[in-house]
Write a protein that binds this ligand. Structure first.
Ligand code: DX5
Ligand code: ZN
Length: 221
């Protein structure tokens, strides 16, 4: 049997913003598959980060899959800019729009991979009607807005639920988790069926980010 390889998506939210290019290159060399880019608008969450301009600047320096997690109100406003900036996957929170089907369709129509994101308090079944549309489902394992928060254990059952739904309905999407991921919690989400793990503080708040990525991959096996 082929060995399971959890994809690792280092979140630049915990990187050194004054040395972003170098930090990205370190995780790329270390074998990360994705680069997780947290876009926050100060409305949907109580924090401000960056947008398409940073995606565009980093695109010149990296071949990683750019996994853009939009934590913004009115997400439809930013899709075209993210596409032009070189994004690969664009995630939109179910809680951020009354028109989730339309926004996901717009993302796909612009040639991007579409992801639906669910907060810890949102049931998996709230997304049932659009799961056949998406390339990736992101189950938040913390409440979004900040790095370095503690993993919420109740979210593991949601990962298992979405994995079971995917199998039952013969669907094809990645299952990503985000928040509080370390070499312990990654084992739980791997067992539950996650295929991509975001990690911010665990990777970048360490002396050797490459070693942290190796530890995550090993623990997820
Ligand atoms: C939180 C962000 C995460 C964050 C995770 O709202 O979506 O991507 O960077 O950080 P850690 O891994 O430190 O919990
Ligand atoms: Zn994120």
């Amino acid at each position: 049997m082929e060995e399971f390889n959890m994809k690792i998506a280092p979140s630049i939210l915990s990187a050194d913003f004054a040395n972003l290019k170098d930090d990205v290159s370190v995780v790329e060399q270390a074998g990360a598959e994705y680069l997780h880019i947290d876009i926050m608008d100060g409305h949907f969450v109580d924090n401000l980060t960056f947008g398409a301009n940073v995606v565009k600047a980093l695109r010149k320096h990296s071949k990683l899959v750019f996994d853009c997690h939009m934590m913004v109100d009115e997400p439809e406003k930013y899709i075209t800019d993210l596409k032009q900036a070189g994004a690969d996957i664009v995630g939109v929170h179910l809680e951020a729009t009354p028109h989730i089907h339309r926004v996901l369709s717009q993302i796909k129509a612009s040639g991007l991979k579409a992801e639906v994101v669910l907060n810890p308090g949102t049931p998996v079944m709230a997304a049932a009607e659009i799961l056949s549309l998406v390339d990736q489902v992101l189950i938040m394992t913390v409440d979004p807005g900040f790095g370095g928060q503690a993993f919420i254990p109740e979210t593991v059952a949601k990962v298992a639920e979405v994995a079971a739904y995917k199998k039952e309905h013969g669907l094809d999407f990645e299952i990503e988790v985000d928040g509080g991921i370390n070499a312990e919690t990654i084992k739980e989400v791997a067992c539950a069926g996650a295929t991509v793990a975001v990690a911010g503080s665990y990777v970048f708040n360490a002396k050797d980010p490459a070693m942290q990525i190796a530890a995550l991959k090993e623990a997820a096996k």
